[in-house]
Each structure stands twice: as structure tokens, then as C-alpha cells.
Design a binder for this molecule. Structure first.
Ligand code: ATP
Length: 629
């Protein structure tokens, strides 16, 4: 079953050592992955392909990996690859000699532009053979470099140049290649390949290509593989850059990876996240036997501040987006807050809107009105105060493995508070329900969202990048009734308004994200919580995102079909009175007792747009299950 060298010949890609990786081989692997839902089989296919790449064309491993992840650079560089549907339709129509209307009709029937491209291409053999380079095989570096070029094109004539580049690729495509190429260009590969799986396969491939591996006994082999997977996952959460990891792997293998790839100022790490709780007793049960601290949970925006050895300062969002230009005021003041011996560091903070006259915190809604680009310090209207809660790196050393108590001490010793500008988070070391309750009340009075309860000492209190950890618990004021947490959902469709709402959308279809199946699963229709100006804003933004058909990766029921569909593009925070089992909504489908039913929200209410979350950072189906259970 494995995609081995023989299979590569089957697809006409005679892959010889030292030659570029044939794109046909990668597509054959994608095809095999798409044909199964079994995790182990998926891993076998991809591990095998990575093994061949390491052995035959190691110089192309990075590009191969990026194509598997549908990216052209590290995630934190935030390069959008998604190319508009209409542009792709135009390119496909021109290459296959069809009208755009014909391609659109096919798309309406099939629902997957990738399949439309493949079928159009393969039924047009005579026309495609008119193009001279039909016989030239596509290679992984060629596809990758074209995609990178397309992503970088901006400005006036970029649309035409993009179409040309896409056409060049499509002309050289054959068999299954147009399908995967089109999907990649659209921004969604849709083969059920999660990033965690790619990491596992990369680790396995490196272990298996080691000459000593074959000589090991079976149990030892399993141990080696498991250790390698653990290493690569932990390294990636600290340093989410394949540009750094792949060369290090090729040079020193997995055993030396930790030594070469560590948390590095300038490269944002995936932030540690908190676990929701429903009551104070819940909290006390979780932290029993540990020393813990209660901190105010400020209602602002996360800011990960990096100071590099060369004196540069950068600030990244929860989403690893570079927010440096948004906060020139922070960049300026952080140098004053850092003591003289504090040279390089990574500081985890919350940026909160601040009333300079009354010296009080302002709600998130005020912060959200702040400009994002081209911010000049003199023109800033919304002042912010910075609340630091963790120190992750100091003067050349990673602090991730130290306890929170130690990290906090180092933070307090390395920075100083500046009135109205920089402060450490307010905290107490509470021990019982009464103390926590009164501190929660105090935090709400101070305009905070509630408390963060964190374990202070021992192994449980290390910083866990990218984890939603039970060692950080969030206790919000309205946890104590109804659904514990709000949900962050993607708007996938809308219904035209009536009466007062005639000129805008009146209600919307929302979805959660299922990373395992790479799909958006509908969860509710929402029409409450919007002011008139909200509806106007949503209409103006979303009308540009309408698509002729629902995406093939939307899981919905015909009974909930909206009037218009959207590209997944925006995340909304929503509160609900409760969750219920539903025959027509698809959230967490197959994961609850009644296999054919999903979960829906009762009385959903719009709270705000989550600018700091991408659609794929929306509440997952697993989180929905956790709320229910
Ligand atoms: P998610 O939905 O992924 O959990 P979120 O962005 O909705 O995350 P919450 O879970 O509500 O946020 O809370 C975690 C966020 O709270 C952090 O990302 C941070 O921005 C903010 N925060 C405020 N105060 C603190 C604090 N004292 N310690 C840690 N985080 C804090």
C-alpha cells in the first residue's frame, strides 16, 4: 500500500537521487491520504514520502513540507495564499478552452473546484497538448516557487500576473495534479491532513532513515519513534518555523534538534491557553495539593513582546501576527520598563485600553476602535496600559521549563512598573472559596473579565506553549450560570433581512471548526445581539466575501441553507443560554451519543468580532463537546 519508488514510476515520475521531487509523486501521496480516514494509514503514506525525499532529494524537503501544509512560509509571517475563486475559474477556463460560465456550472454541480479543474483538464487532452511544455513534469520546487511568487504579487497588474503564473502551472499539470494544485491555490487542500500529523510523519521519517534504526528490536523502535515525535512537537511549539527546523534536522537529525532549535526572540511562540471552569469549587478541585495564584483576567488583547539581542523590539498577537506597527507607544515605553541588565527577553502581556485621567481600565470595545496600520504616536486616540503576566526568555536563556514562581520572580526583578503605562498583573495567593469569590468580585469591579488561576510551583507550572492547559484556569463572572464560556464561531452564510433590516443581512449561519476533518460544522443561526450599525458593518464587509456555492469543506444540512454563502473569513464571539442536541446542525457530529446528530446553540447572542482569531482558530468541535459534558 505504501507509496514507494515503484509507484513513483507508475505516475510517470521516475524519481532519481539528486533530482527534484516530482509533483506527481506528492499528488499520488495526497490521493492515497484522501482515500482513507485511518490515521495510521495516513501516517504511513506521508512518512514514506518524506523518507524518500530525505534519501533522494533532501534539498527539497522544506518545499515538500510546505506544500503538505499549504503554506509558503512560516505561519507567523501571515502570508495569505487563498486566491479568489473567480481568478481561478478564469485561469481554468482559459487553459482548458471552456467558458467561465461552463466552469461555474460544473462547480455548482460538483462543489469542488479542484475536481472541476482535473476533469476539465483531462477531457481536453488535444487542447492541452497544443501547449509545448506538456511533457515537462512538474516538480515540487517549481510548484512551491510559483505559489510563493503568486502570494508575493501585489499592486496594479498583479491579477494578470497571477493568472499567467497559475496558467503556466495548470498547463504542465496532468492526472490528479490539477485537482490538488487548484485546491492548494484556493488555500485548502482538504485531504484530512492536520499539522500535528505532518509533524509526526516528519519525526518518523528522520528516525527511519537513520542507519541504526533497522538494527533495533521492535520495542526499542517504538520507543525511538515516540521520543522523536515528542521532541519535534515540543520544539515546534517553541519555535514554529520549519525554515529553522528542517535545515537543523537535515544537519544533525532528531537527536540534536533541541540543541539547535530553541525559543528565539523575534520568532513568536504559540501562546499557552487557559481551560474554562464552571465554578469556584471546580477550580479548587483542579488545583488541589498545589500552591496557586489568582490573577486579574484583563479584557484586552494579548501582546507577546520580543526584545532581540540587537535592540529591536517586536510585539506579536495571540495569533502570532506582527503588531509592532500597531503599538509604537508600547515599543517606546518597554525600554524604560526594562531594567539596565535586561537585554533580550520575551514577555507575555495583556494590552488594555486605559483612561489616563481616571487611571482606570476601559473595556475591550474601546481598544477595538484603535487603528491597526500606519499608527503615528502623536495621533493615538486610545491609550493603552500593558499588564505583564509572564516572562519566557531572559538574556539568552529560555525560561519555559522553570516554575511560574521562578519566572514571576525573574520578571519582577527585570522590569519596573511605570504609572499608567506598564504594570505587573494584579494577583493574590488565595486559598479558599471566600477569598477567590471576593477577588473575583474585585476584578469585575475593576472592569476585568474575571480571574486566571494558575499553579505556581512544581512541574505543572512550566510554560506550555500552544497548550490549553489545566494548569491555567479561567474563571469568568458569568461562568457561574449557564454555558461556562463564550464561543468563537465562523460566519459561513447569511439570510436577507426583513422589515427594518431589508437592506442588510438579518441573520447569519455560524460554524465551529473541526481540525481533524478540516471542515466547518454549522452550529446555529443567529439574529440577536446586533445593533443597526453592527448589521451595516457586517453587510459591508461580508458582501465582498459571498461565494456562488458553499465550500466543499462546509458540513451543513439542506434545512439550514442560507440565502448567501461566504468564504470563511471572520470569527465572532457568541454567548448562548445553553447547548442542545440537534438533527440539523453539524457541530461535533459523530462525537456524541446519537451518531447522526450534532450540537446547536440555544439563544445565541452576538458579542463582538474576534479580530485576533483566524477562522481556523475558532472554537473546535472538541471544545464544544467539553462544554456539553
Ligand atoms: P481561547 O478561546 O483560545 O481560550 P481567548 O482568546 O478567547 O482564548 P480566553 O480563553 O478568554 O481568551 O483567555 C485567555 C486570554 O486572556 C489570554 O490569551 C490573554 O490574552 C488574556 N489574559 C488576560 N489576563 C491574563 C492573565 N493574567 N494571564 C493570562 N492571560 C490573560
Amino acid at each position: 500500500k505504501l507509496v514507494d519508488q515503484k509507484d513513483m514510476k507508475d505516475v510517470g515520475a521516475d524519481w532519481k537521487k539528486g533530482e527534484p521531487v516530482p509533483y506527481a509523486g506528492l499528488c499520488k501521496t495526497f490521493e492515497a491520504i484522501e482515500s482513507t480516514t485511518k490515521r495510521l494509514e495516513i501516517q504511513e503514506y506521508l512518512t514514506s514520502f518524506f523518507k524518500h525525499t530525505i534519501e533522494l532529494s533532501p534539498g527539497n524537503l522544506l518545499e515538500t513540507l510546505y506544500l503538505c501544509l499549504n503554506r509558503v512560509c512560516p505561519e507567523y509571517e501571515n502570508v495569505e495564499l487563498g486566491i479568489g475563486e473567480s481568478l481561478l475559474i478564469k485561469a481554468i477556463a482559459e487553459v482548458t478552452g471552456r467558458t467561465t460560465q461552463k466552469v461555474k456550472n460544473e462547480l455548482a454541480k460538483v462543489g469542488d473546484l479542484g475536481k472541476v479543474a482535473r476533469d476539465s483538464k483531462n477531457s481536453q487532452k488535444s487542447i492541452s497538448s497544443m501547449f509545448g511544455n506538456r511533457d515537462k513534469l512538474l516538480t515540487v520546487p517549481k510548484v512551491f516557487n510559483s505559489m510563493k511568487k503568486i502570494a508575493s504579487l501585489t499592486g496594479h497588474s498583479s491579477q494578470d500576473l497571477k493568472i499567467k503564473e497559475i496558467q503556466n502551472l495548470l498547463i504542465s499539470c496532468r492526472d490528479e495534479e490539477p485537482k490538488f494544485l487548484t485546491r492548494s491555490l484556493e488555500g485548502k487542500l482538504r485531504i484530512g491532513l492536520a499539522e500535528q500529523t505532518v509533524l509526526i510523519c516528519l519525526a518518523q521519517a528522520f528516525v527511519m532513515t537513520d542507519k541504526e534504526y533497522e538494527k533495533l528490536a521492535k520495542a526499542k523502535k517504538t520507543e525511538e519513534l515516540n521520543n522523536a515525535i515528542k521532541t519535534i512537537k515540543s520544539v515546534y511549539s517553541e519555535l514554529p518555523s520549519y525554515d529553522k527546523i528542517v535545515p537543523a534536522l537535515l544537519k544533525g537529525g532528531i537527536k540534536n534538534l533541541r540543541e539547535h532549535c530553541k525559543l528565539t526572540p523575534g520568532i513568536p511562540l504559540k501562546p499557552m491557553l487557559a481551560h474554562p471552569t464552571k465554578s469556584i469549587t471546580d477550580v479548587l478541585d483542579s488545583v488541589e495539593g498545589h500552591k496557586f495564584t489568582c490573577e486579574f483576567k484583563y479584557d484586552g488583547e494579548r501582546g507577546q513582546i520580543h526584545r532581540l539581542e540587537d535592540g529591536t523590539t517586536k510585539i506579536f498577537s495571540r495569533n502570532l501576527e506582527d503588531n509592532t506597527v500597531k503599538y509604537p507607544d508600547i515599543i517606546e515605553r518597554i525600554s524604560k520598563a526594562a531594567k539596565t541588565n535586561t537585554k533580550s527577553y520575551v514577555l507575555d502581556c495583556e494590552v488594555v485600553a486605559w483612561d489616563l485621567e481616571k487611571h482606570i481600565l476601559l473595556p475591550f470595545q474601546v481598544l477595538s476602535t484603535r487603528k491597526r496600520k500606519d499608527v503615528k504616536e502623536a495621533e493615538i486616540k486610545v491609550s493603552v496600559c500593558l499588564f505583564a503576566f509572564d516572562l519566557l526568555y531572559l538574556n539568552g536563556e529560555s525560561l519555559l521549563k522553570k516554575s511560574l514562581e521562578e519566572r514571576r520572580k525573574l520578571m519582577n526583578d527585570s522590569f519596573q512598573e511605570i504609572e499608567d503605562e506598564f504594570s505587573f498583573v494584579q494577583n493574590i495567593n488565595a486559598t479558599n472559596i471566600e477569598e477567590i469569590q471576593s477577588y473575583l468580585d474585585e476584578s469585575i469591579k475593576a472592569n476585568c473579565e474575571g480571574l486566571m488561576v494558575k499553579i505556581l510551583d512544581g512541574l505543572e507550572s512550566t510554560y506550555e506553549p500552544s497548550k490549553r492547559s489545566r494548569n491555567w484556569l479561567k474563571l469568568k463572572k458569568d461562568y457561574l450560570s449557564g454555558v461556562g464560556d463564550s464561543l468563537d464561531l465562523v460566519v459561513v452564510g447569511a439570510f436577507y433581512g426583513r422589515g427594518k433590516r431589508t437592506n442588510v443581512y438579518g441573520a447569519f449561519l455560524l460554524a465551529c471548526y473541526d481540525p481533524e476533518h478540516e471542515e466547518y460544522q454549522t452550529i446555529c443561526k443567529i439574529g440577536t445581539g446586533f445593533s443597526d450599525s453592527d448589521l451595516e458593518t457586517h453587510f459591508n464587509y461580508l458582501k465582498e466575501k459571498e461565494t456562488s456555492e458553499p465550500k466543499s469543506y462546509f458540513n451543513y444540512d439542506k434545512g439550514t441553507k442560507p440565502d448567501v454563502w461566504f468564504e470563511p473569513c471572520q470569527v465572532w464571539e457568541v454567548k448562548a443560554a445553553d447547548l442542545s442536541i440537534s438533527p440539523i446542525y453539524k457541530a461535533a457530529i459523530g462525537q456524541i451519543s446519537e451518531a447522526s446528530k450534532g450540537v446547536s446553540l440555544r439563544f445565541p447572542r452576538f458579542i463582538r468580532i474576534r479580530e485576533d482569531k483566524k477562522p481556523e482558530d475558532a472554537t473546535t468541535s472538541e471544545q464544544v463537546i467539553n462544554i456539553i459534558c
